[in-house]
Design a binder for this molecule. Structure first.
Ligand SMILES: Cc1cc2nc3c(=O)[nH]c(=O)nc-3n(C[C@H](O)[C@H](O)[C@H](O)COP(=O)(O)O)c2cc1C
Ligand SMILES: Nc1ncnc2c1ncn2[C@@H]1O[C@H](COP(=O)(O)OP(=O)(O)OP(=O)(O)O)[C@@H](O)[C@H]1O
Length: 285
């Protein structure tokens, strides 16, 4: 998959190498609803003999719009999103830098200045997709705004327990520590990356930027330091620090990269004795 970052300095020269069918949206977490949009895009592209593209943005529009900007707790860094797109068979990932100037584009300007030069022939999104200044544009308007050179497909909402799957819903579940429910929404356990810092008897996990840390508590996790997955336990404190509780992963002090799958929160919190044993007596939570 080719990743093309559009940072507006090159706007005037936007030219795609191949015509494509594009999925549109932010796609944080690439959950099962997003996957349906991308799978639909891929099927349509194959039928039309075109390439499959995803057009997305970064940072999240909520961080840019409004006077102060709202902090968004991302589920996945853009590079991990890209890997998921690639696995779904996407050929081109256009990542547009979301700036205040870009946000002010009228819906028609977005279609004319971006989608048409990128040779998008067909656009796919869910019912609630919006675009353009104040989010006024919708898929129905896109056909007209493109002079009918772009046709569109709206994807039905994918639901779980009678509720639309959304990144917001998944963020709220992580805030509540409901990690065992996430495979129903993401299609797999929530996976994060970071580094383990092992010092004398205290192993701390620092997640990379753009991942969420679940609420305080003890969690069953799976961890991979490049040698395959093994099970273990971590403690998340009130201050959002993450400590490895075992089994022992390193006999020497050091720092190494790890992948962590969050499986479930334990019913009971860590005992005082266990905390003492792990040198965590001062770790609140
Ligand atoms: C050119 C353009 C301008 C936008 N301007 C605004 C805006 O002024 N206010 C707003 O709330 N969202 C704005 N958005 C964000 C969209 O409403 C929407 O959140 C974004 O396209 C991602 O879609 P999704 O949330 O359905 O994934 C804009 C999007 C685009 C592409
Ligand atoms: N459950 C779903 N079923 C089908 N399409 C969806 C679903 N959720 C989102 N989409 C579509 O996927 C694209 C990306 O959506 P977006 O990033 O806004 O997802 P979201 O989960 O609704 O996010 P948020 O909760 O932050 O609003 C859009 O085209 C949107 O309409």
């Amino acid at each position: 998959m080719k990743i093309i970052i559009i940072d507006h300095k090159n706007d005037q020269h936007l030219v795609a190498s191949c015509p494509a069918v594009a999925a549109l949206g932010f796609f944080d977490g690439v959950h099962l609803g997003h996957q349906k949009v991308i799978q639909t895009t891929k099927k349509l592209a194959e039928k039309m003999g075109l390439k499959t593209a995803v057009i997305s943005f970064f940072p999240h529009p909520k961080e840019i719009i409004g006077k102060t900007g709202e902090r968004v707790h991302y589920l996945l860094p853009p590079a991990e999103k890209a890997k998921k797109f690639s696995r779904l068979g996407v050929d081109y990932f256009y990542l547009i830098r979301f700036t205040p100037e870009f946000a002010r584009l009228e819906p028609k300007e977005f279609v004319q200045k971006y989608l048409i030069p990128l040779q998008i022939k067909h656009a796919v999104a869910g019912y609630d997709f919006s675009y353009g200044r104040k989010g006024k544009g919708n898929l129905a308007m896109m056909e007209e705004d493109s002079g009918c050179s772009i046709t569109v497909t709206k994807v039905e909402h994918v639901k779980r327990n009678d509720e639309k799957i959304s990144s917001t819903l998944i963020r709220n579940k992580i805030r509540l520590g409901l990690m065992e429910e996430l495979p129903d929404y993401l299609g797999e356990f929530y996976e994060t990356k970071g580094k383990m810092i092992c010092t004398d008897g205290k192993d701390e996990l620092l997640l990379d930027r753009y991942y969420m840390i679940p609420s305080k508590g003890c969690y069953d996790v799976a961890i991979d330091r490049g040698k395959g997955w093994c099970n273990g336990r971590v403690l998340v404190t009130e201050q959002k620090k993450i400590y490895w509780l075992g089994p022992p992963i390193s006999s020497v002090s050091g720092i190494f990269r790890v992948k962590v799958k969050w499986i479930s929160r334990e019913a009971n919190s860590i005992s005082k004795e266990e905390k003492q044993g792990k040198n965590l007596v001062s770790a609140k939570g």
